[in-house]
Design a protein around this ligand. Structure first.
Ligand code: 5AD
Ligand code: SF4
Length: 485
């Protein structure tokens, strides 16, 4: 293994700058030195594998983590028999946690075969005390644990582990710090996510996010724009602005602070960055979706014709108990307004089935909204009880059998509605951003319309990362088959 002696470690530590990101860049270099020696001894590259669970936020964090690891000298691979394996975890539903435990069991065998292997865990699941306790007790082959607030510290934690070989856990309960300008390894050269804010203040009663990601913190507009200018200069043409509730972007800056601009103003500025052709955003909360935002989208063709507008439930009493702060009627009014002002916008949503106390008639209200709103797509989730959230102690948790029945009934309507909506586009010609070679058939390319619809069409790899006009020939439900015109 790699471990260095205590005196050398103390000497290196005494030289580490205290400012960020200089401190992390220093540790990246120190890790690189230790690991390149080890690679020479082994006469091979050291490899890393970052596995991401959960949402776009985690995907973005993983690009940063992979950026740090590649800078250190690790070569990224897809398989988990790598020398450094990192799981960036999610805890929004219990199922995600169960999967991580299962895979950690499998990793133990890989580690027995490769003593050089380092296993690290980070992300939302690590912000839960009982999870970390369990891992430290029962999964001792995990070497480094960190959380959502100190993703940027990976190199420092790895340095410590490389020096001592002692498992290291470093979780911050919260932070007001945003560390910028660390390396990032993007999955696609032509599109990427951009964090505009972190955390959530909404405390929906079922949701664990505010507890594991902390309160809302907006990034300064200049920092966001600088990052976008940089990625655009490297060839990115589509960005997705990320936040748990993008409508409240900027509100945490004081009145009079030049950073205090509204989300629509930020969208405008982003769309003006040279080279940026398409701007997406995720996720707006229906309770504060402004007319200003609608108008900004309407007059700016670079803003994608897609709004993801989580409904969660179509029953007003359930919505009240979910602490969503809108009603069935006000949600439908908003959807009508969107359809009226932006007829070409696709609206997608998230729905939870089986919230405590939910009856079949409540689910019928949700189905009614699905029909009236004519969602282009909906992600349906079975309610998962999250320890520490208010809903975990609500009475009348719904039986598995009833949830299953309601879920299936809802899913059927969701699928029918989505298909009907998609079919309306048959025969149209629209711009596709070509993303990849089709996984099943390599003579086809796969891309996305502005409204987020997937399209497959004959073409070749040279098209990846560019826009082409495609005729939408045949609707297959949630995707189209087409041809370039
Ligand atoms: N159970 C099921 N689904 C949940 N979501 C958030 N918390 C829970 C939970 N406890 C869903 C919501 C949210 C999406 C990202 O995950 O629908 O919009
Ligand atoms: Fe969770 Fe609600 Fe915040 Fe979304 S808005 S992250 S559902 S608390």
């Amino acid at each position: 293994m790699y471990y260095i002696d205590e005196e050398l470690k103390q000497n290196i530590l005494s030289e580490a700058p205290s400012d960020e990101p200089a401190r992390q860049l220093f540790f990246i270099e120190e890790c690189r030195k230790i690991l390149s020696e080890r690679a020479e001894e082994l006469k091979r590259h050291l490899t890393c594998c970052v596995n991401t669970f959960g949402c776009q936020m985690n995907a973005k964090d993983s690009e940063k983590l992979l950026g740090i690891l590649t800078q250190i000298g690790y070569v990224p691979v897809e398989t988990e028999d790598a020398d450094f394996v990192l799981y960036n975890t999610c805890t929004v539903r219990e199922h995600a946690n169960v999967r991580v435990y299962g895979r950690l069991g499998v990793l133990k065998h890989s580690k027995d075969k490769n003593p050089d292997m380092i296993i690290a865990l980070c992300g939302c699941m690590m912000q839960e005390e009982q999870v970390v306790e369990k891992i430290r007790k029962s999964y001792r082959h995990v070497n480094i644990i960190f959380g959502t607030h100190n993703v940027y510290m990976l190199a420092e934690l790895l340095f410590d582990y490389l020096c001592t070989g002692i498992n290291r856990t470093e979780i911050l309960k919260g932070t007001d710090r945003i560390v910028e300008e660390l390396p990032s390894e993007r999955k696609y050269p032509f599109k990427c996510g951009i964090n505009i804010m972190y955390g959530c203040n909404n405390f929906c009663s079922y949701c664990i996010v505010p507890y594991v990601r902390g309160r809302e913190r907006s990034r300064r507009r200049e920092d966001i724009l600088r990052e976008i200018r940089n990625v655009a200069a490297q060839g990115v043409i589509e960005v997705m602005l990320l936040g748990q509730n993008v409508n409240s972007y900027g509100l945490d800056f004081k009145e009079g602070d030049p950073n205090r601009i509204s989300f629509p103003e930020l969208l405008e500025e982003v769309s003006k960055v040279k080279g940026i052709e398409r701007v997406r955003f995720m996720t707006p909360h229906p309770k504060d979706f402004s007319d200003e935002l609608l108008e900004t989208i309407a007059k700016n063709p670079k803003i994608a014709r897609h709004i993801h507008l989580p409904l969660q439930s179509g029953n007003t009493e359930i919505l009240r108990r979910m602490n969503r702060k809108y009603t069935k009627e006000s949600y439908l009014e908003l959807v009508d307004k969107i359809h009226e002002k932006l007829p070409d916008v696709a609206i997608t949503t998230d729905i939870i089935v089986g919230f405590p106390g939910e009856t079949e008639s409540d689910v019928d209200d949700t189905i009614d909204v699905v029909k009236k709103a004519a969602f282009d797509n909906a992600f349906t989730f079975i309610y998962s009880k999250r320890t520490g959230t208010p809903a975990a102690s609500f009475e009348n948790q719904v039986s598995e059998e009833e949830v299953k029945k309601n879920f299936d009934k809802l899913l059927k309507v969701v699928q029918e509605t989505a298909r009907k909506q998609s079919e309306k586009m048959t025969g149209k010609i629209d711009k596709v951003l070509v993303e990849s070679v089709n996984e099943q058939d390599s003579s086809l390319m796969t891309g996305r319309l502005s409204n987020n619809m997937l399209v497959h069409f004959p073409g070749d790899e040279s098209l990846i990362g560019s826009f082409v006009d495609v005729s939408l020939d045949e609707c297959k439900g949630f995707y189209f088959m087409g041809h370039i015109v």
